[in-house]
Design a protein around this ligand. Structure first.
Ligand SMILES: Cc1ncc(COP(=O)(O)O)c(C=O)c1O
Length: 387
């Protein structure tokens, strides 16, 4: 009998893929389910981005393998974007590595830095991929709590009282998903000091800083951060290009070389027209982002109404494409509320428990759904709550 490797059973099927199957089945059975779960931007990329893609794809010389480090125009595009948006200087040739989305960066960084048995600090609540990849590379997940009363930032002083001698890497994600919290500059400064004192690599996963946020921040803006940190970024959410798979890692030239060593053994470059169009996207003016955010702001009003109808409480200063809210005491778990809304109103809302135990009393709604569908969700939910 041919059996899979043990790691296949170690990582669970992604919650969303299971839930999507269930939702697909419900739709097939005639139930008009509206999915408010997934952060998949539904607005289009800028017209000039599409034009660049089409023009470049029509050329006969753009279809071959590309280099492992991306085309110079894309690396320069990222460097200029970081300078303009975050006031961070990066050497386009040595300190930037284009990636196929930031998700693959989580695997590449883990393969580049972790040995089996190394400990990895993973946020709770947090993006489930950090823990899954940690398991895949046979490192040891060590969760740290994020709490609402500390603005969803870790208590570094408490953490430092623990034995951190085996910890090699710490995942942070600001602006944070799922909580929508922003990191303060003083927290980022403390984090860099903490990393230096404890020889821990900090990886900031930063795909949300252009959504509903006036003041994008990069961990790399902190002096000395590049010595101890890698930052991942992505065009998925910032430029409505999730399906294109374009992201990047930025750090010092040595760390970038380690990540490249892994990546160059895994893929054979990105389709050139996608790279040219991504470079174009990175040069867009502020007005383009503002137009995209205008749509999210309108939707947010409806999402907050849904939250209010469900009796949930929320903070207004959230960043990113989700609204995170605390469920009322009458529901013992987020799953219970999410299932009630799914089975009674045919609306899917993400239960916070899937991001870790600290998310148990919360739910998350995505802003990537039209106002029309949000309005429909609101009236269905009003019906089940008042009846
Ligand atoms: C926190 C976080 N990191 C990374 C990703 C992956 O983004 P990308 O499309 O750039 O791979 C997501 C996507 O949902 C995310 O929420």
């Amino acid at each position: 009998m041919i059996t899979p490797a043990q790691r296949v059973s170690q990582v669970k099927e992604y919650y969303f893929s299971l839930k999507l199957k269930e939702i697909a089945q419900m739709i097939e059975d005639g139930k008009p389910v509206i999915n408010l779960g997934i952060g998949n931007p539904d607005q289009p990329p800028a017209p000039e981005v599409l034009e660049t893609l089409n023009k470049t794809a029509s050329r006969p010389d753009t279809h071959g393998y590309q280099g492992y480090v991306g085309i110079p125009a894309l690396r320069k595009g990222f460097a200029d974007w970081y300078l303009r948006s975050y006031n961070v200087e990066l050497d386009a040739d040595k300190e930037i590595l284009p990636l196929m989305g930031s998700k693959e960066g989580i695997m590449h960084i883990s393969l580049a830095f972790l040995n089996p048995g190394d400990e990895v600090l993973v946020p709770n609540p947090g993006y489930p991929t950090y823990a899954a990849v940690t398991q895949l590379v046979e490192a040891v997940e060590r969760t740290y709590d994020l709490q609402e009363d500390n603005n969803w930032q870790p208590d570094l002083d408490a953490l430092e009282k623990e034995d951190l001698s085996k910890v090699k890497l710490m995942w942070v994600n600001y602006p944070n998903m799922p909580t929508g919290a922003k990191a303060s500059k003083s927290f980022f400064e403390k984090l860099v000091d903490f990393a230096k004192r404890n020889d821990i690599l900090i990886c900031n996963d930063n795909p949300y800083s252009f959504i509903m946020n006036e003041d994008p921040q990069s961990l790399l803006s902190i002096p000395g951060a590049k010595d101890v940190a890698v930052e991942l970024n992505s065009l998925s959410k910032s430029h409505n290009m999730a399906g294109w798979r374009v992201g990047m890692a930025a750090s010092n030239p040595d760390f970038i070389k380690y990540i490249l060593r892994i990546k160059s053994n895994m893929d054979s470059g990105m389709f050139r027209p996608v790279q040219e169009a991504a470079a174009k996207a990175l040069s867009l003016e502020k007005e383009w982002y503002e137009e995209v955010n205008k749509v999210y702001k309108q939707r947010k009003k409806l999402v907050l109404e849904i939250m209010d109808t469900l009796g949930c409480t929320w903070k207004d200063d959230q960043v990113g494409m989700f609204i995170w809210a605390k469920i009322p005491d009458q529901y013992p778990t987020s799953k219970e509320l999410s299932d009630k809304v799914l089975y009674e109103a045919n609306v899917f809302i993400t239960p916070g428990f899937i991001f870790g135990s600290q998310g148990e009393k919360y739910i998350r709604i995505s802003l990537c759904t039209s106002e029309e569908k949000l309005q429909e969700s609101l009236s269905r939910i009003k019906n089940i709550i008042t009846n």
